[in-house]
Design a protein around this ligand. Structure first.
Ligand SMILES: *Cc1c(COP(=O)(O)O)cnc(C)c1O
Length: 834
């Protein structure tokens, strides 16, 4: 494989600037250049929406023709200027953050969904990663993302006549993907090595440009690697744990080595899910070697600027490897870095035998967060085992609710409406004071909705055609080809992974009832479905089959359609056109969910389980929530939960959604429906944008973390490690003395003696805790230091007054007090009286 194979063909000199524009994935959300690509090669552009491929496919003759076409040249020059201006203009970050993130943010994720022409994702996690990068680019936040270039990526789906899922793995030819070999400062193709058992795995590096941000991708398909190793980066989520560990080594170890080799010195490392935890270890090791310290000092020094975002909702979802597998694969690397596996296992989970990657990420990070308010609580409880006797409520998980990159998901119609209401560049600014759609009339709003729905119906028909309309299998060809879909009917969309907890079959709980909704002559409902089931998920596949069979019932045929091969392109059509987006996951399994956010900008409405983001966004006037009042205890009984949720889903559709959509005023407008759209667009679009999300990460996490990191010099970290050692030495001998409680006016006063074994009182905090009960919410009252006891060595008295509750409700505890540490994450010592 020569470099020449990846060198761009010669372009006519007048058009040389096309290269940079074609390699900047901005074309996937900014449509200024669409016309240029269309003129270069309309067929390829329409089929792939991959500008790089268009540029590489256009004939020399065509290029020469256009190089002499004044109209084309003008348009090209305009776009070239725009591109340059974009790269140079001040940004939210440059104007507000004083370059405090010099060196940039290293951002790791197992998958990236930037565009369907770069298919390196399977679902929500990857699409979020793509949206994060695009919003970082808009805001000018210096993020460098690191990921894997999969030769096959996630499988592609079709259904056979019986509704069974077929899985295809077409090959991603890197020369056709909108990425380029990554060159180092000598112009050489950047490569890194990762030690594997008995061999070295060589990795090639690629670069994708996402506006102002870079996406660096590694792949192992180097001809010098052993055949098996060349396939490490073939599929995403193949289900084989050995391959998974290999991929995580390539991503984490290889990824950090690549940054180091390029001379990057990131100010902060943010890992999106635990898959890339090894990057944090590799980072600590590099720091250790540069500063000649122990691993422990290096870990404490670097972790202050490591952020770990978790998207997991159940402990079973943690990424885990048996110790034997971990030992086999990690041993050569561990030898190189001079650590036994036990060091890694201790950091990850206090030495237990499996290697838990989320545990490792936690043990290497300074802060960690979930992705919605509810998910923060879920995270507190599933990570509680890492915090010894700390109650879940004190587990220091934080949250940043996910958001979507608005300019990537808005429809042309919505773009026009928002532009006339709020101006051109609204999505690139901090969307805090986004103008409400005050001047927009109901007429305009409704026209936008209708046009979007029309476009969707035509898209669905074309898609169904390309799915071959299932000749001979449906009851009628008309139905199978989507000709019975109606451009004016209420259209409900449901598209996501077909997996148990998402309950894609909730609507099928009572098929008769659904049939009544679909076949209502005056107020019909139509449904568009899409989604893949993981190749190993037979239950998910069965649900697809059941839906497929349902769509063929004579009463409903043609009114429920299943679109194959759900991906970003399909998602984008559906979320633009549907009136209502349905999401009905089993609570509390949806960490956040983002697909429902994509309809907001387009005036779609949400009908969703009260879970994830919708639990914090929902207000009665904005959309519909399934069982907002249900208690957690009720919800944890799965069977009843499903039944009651289905009942409420049907009721909402029958009594609220359908009637409101069809209730028209004297002008024929659904005034109540439009009021809801207006409220949802105004209230939620900006709040659930990736723009808001990225700004939250920067101001609430990155900037304060980098400030704390600056204190963690070799000397500073070394001192903190000794503090931790001192604490650990004394802790086993700490004990409580006398506790006295008495009424004092309307309050209770507690006096408590504690023996500190010579530990300085400065290093501890004493607190009185009462769990929530009918007497009030949870209370954590810090007790004031009242000096040493004269006659008892190393013993100090603490006191506090609290509102009254039965005495046995109060328990005192001793914890560490050290403002330079993030507690209890960086030291979980705690002692309870009982
Ligand atoms: C947005 C998106 C998702 C995320 O969907 P949720 O069901 O909300 O988690 C998954 N897949 C694709 C293709 C998407 O565009």
């Amino acid at each position: 494989m020569t470099l020449a194979a990846y060198t761009m063909r010669a372009l006519p000199a007048q058009l040389s600037g096309l290269m940079a524009i074609a390699l900047d994935l901005q074309w996937s959300w900014h449509h200024g250049c669409d016309q240029l690509w269309r003129q270069l090669d309309e067929e390829i552009w329409e089929a792939t929406h991959n500008a790089w491929l268009v540029l590489n496919s256009a004939s020399a003759e065509r290029l020469q023709q256009l190089a002499e076409d004044p109209e084309f040249l003008t348009r090209y020059q305009q776009q070239l200027n725009r591109h340059e201006a974009f790269n140079q203009c001040p940004t939210w970050y440059s104007e507000n953050c004083g370059n405090q993130l010099a060196g940039g943010v290293a951002w790791f994720c197992m998958e990236y969904g930037v565009s369907e022409s770069l298919p390196l994702y399977s679902g929500g996690l990857g699409v979020l990663a793509g949206d994060f990068l695009k919003a970082s680019s808009d805001l000018g936040v210096p993020v460098t993302a690191v990921g894997l270039l999969y030769q096959q990526g996630y499988f592609r789906q079709a259904l056979n006549a019986e509704g069974e899922q077929l899985e295809f793995h077409p090959y991603n030819d890197p020369t056709m993907l909108p990425v380029n070999p990554l060159r180092d400062s000598n112009g050489e193709w950047a490569r890194v090595n990762v030690p594997f058992p008995g061999r070295t795995v060589r990795l090639r590096a690629w670069k994708g440009q996402v506006g102002r941000c870079e996406l660096l991708l590694l792949d192992s398909n180097d001809p010098r690697n052993e055949p098996g190793d060349r396939g490490i980066t073939s599929e995403l989520y193949s289900g084989d744990p050995e391959k998974r560990l290999q991929q995580e080594m390539v991503l984490g170890i290889g990824g950090w080595r690549l940054l180091a080799q390029l001379g990057r010195k990131p100010a902060l490392c943010h890992i999106n899910e635990g898959h890339s935890a090894l990057a944090l270890v590799e980072r600590a090791v590099h720091w250790q070697q540069q500063n000649e310290t122990s691993f422990e000092v290096a870990r404490l020094a670097t972790r202050a600027t490591n952020l770990f975002t978790t998207h997991t909702s159940v402990a079973a979802g943690f990424d885990r490897f048996p110790a034997k597998l971990a030992r086999l694969y990690l041993e050569p690397w561990l030898q190189e870095i001079g650590q036994p596996l036990e060091t890694i296992l201790t950091v990850a989970n206090g030495g237990s035998s499996d290697l838990n990657m989320s545990g490792l990420a936690l043990g290497m990070s300074g802060r960690f967060n979930g992705v919605s308010q509810i998910h923060k609580q879920v995270t507190q409880s599933i990570f509680q085992p890492w915090f010894g006797r700390w109650p879940a409520a004190d587990v220091p998980a934080e949250y940043v609710t996910n958001g979507v990159h608005t300019p990537s998901w808005d429809s042309p119609e919505a773009d026009e409406l928002w532009t006339s209401a709020c101006g051109q560049d609204r999505w690139r600014q901090p969307m805090t004071d986004l103008c409400p759609l005050k001047e927009t009339t109901d007429h305009d709003l409704w026209q936008m909705r209708r046009n979007q729905r029309h476009r969707l119906v035509y898209y669905l028909r074309a898609r169904l055609q390309s799915q071959h309309c299932e000749h001979n299998y449906g009851n009628s060809e008309e139905a199978a080809c989507g000709l019975l879909l109606d451009t004016e009917s209420l259209t409900l969309g449901f598209a996501r992974r077909f997996t148990d907890y998402k309950r894609p079959d909730l609507l099928l709980t009572d098929p008769e009832r659904l049939i009544r909704l679909l076949s209502n002559r005056d107020r019909p409902l139509q449904i568009v479905l899409a989604g893949k089931a993981h190749p190993h998920d037979n239950e998910g596949k069965d649900i697809i089959k059941r839906w497929k069979q349902f769509t063929r019932l004579p009463e409903v045929e043609g009114r429920v359609v299943f679109i194959e091969d759900y991906d970003m392109a399909v998602a984008s059509e559906l979320i633009q056109g549907v009136d209502v987006w349905l999401n009905c996951p089993r609570h509390p399994w949806e960490a956040c969910g983002t697909s429902g956010m994509k309809v907001l900008v387009n005036g779609g409405l949400n009908l969703s389980q009260y879970d994830g983001w919708w639990a914090e966004a929902w207000q009665p006037e904005l959309g519909w929530a399934i069982r907002p009042g249900a208690t957690f205890e009720e919800l944890s009984q799965t069977d009843k939960h499903d039944e009651a949720d289905a009942e409420e889903l049907y009721q909402l559709l029958e009594n609220q959604v359908v009637p409101e959509f069809y209730l028209r005023n004297e002008q024929g407008l659904p005034a109540n429906w439009l009021a809801r759209i207006r409220a949802s667009m105004n209230e939620l679009t900006a709040r659930y944008s990736a723009n808001r999300m990225v700004r939250e990460y920067v101001t609430d996490f990155y900037l304060p973390m980098v400030a704390q990191g600056a204190e963690r010099t070799a000397a500073g970290a070394d001192e903190l490690v000794s503090v931790k050692e001192t604490i650990a030495r004394h802790w086993p001998r700490l004990r409580f003395g006398t506790m006295d409680a008495r009424e004092e006016g309307q309050k209770l006063r507690f006096d408590l003696d504690v023996y500190l074994d010579g530990l300085s009182p400065e290093l501890v905090a004493v607190e009185l805790v009462a769990e929530s009960s009918s007497f009030g919410p949870r209370l954590v009252q810090s007790m004031a230091f009242n000096g040493p006891l004269q006659e008892a060595e190393q013993t100090y008295r603490y006191y506090c007054t609290v509102p009254p509750r039965p005495l046995e409700h109060f328990t005192p505890r001793i914890r560490i007090h050290e403002p330079r540490l993030n507690l209890p994450l960086e030291d979980a010592h705690i002692l309870w009286l009982r």
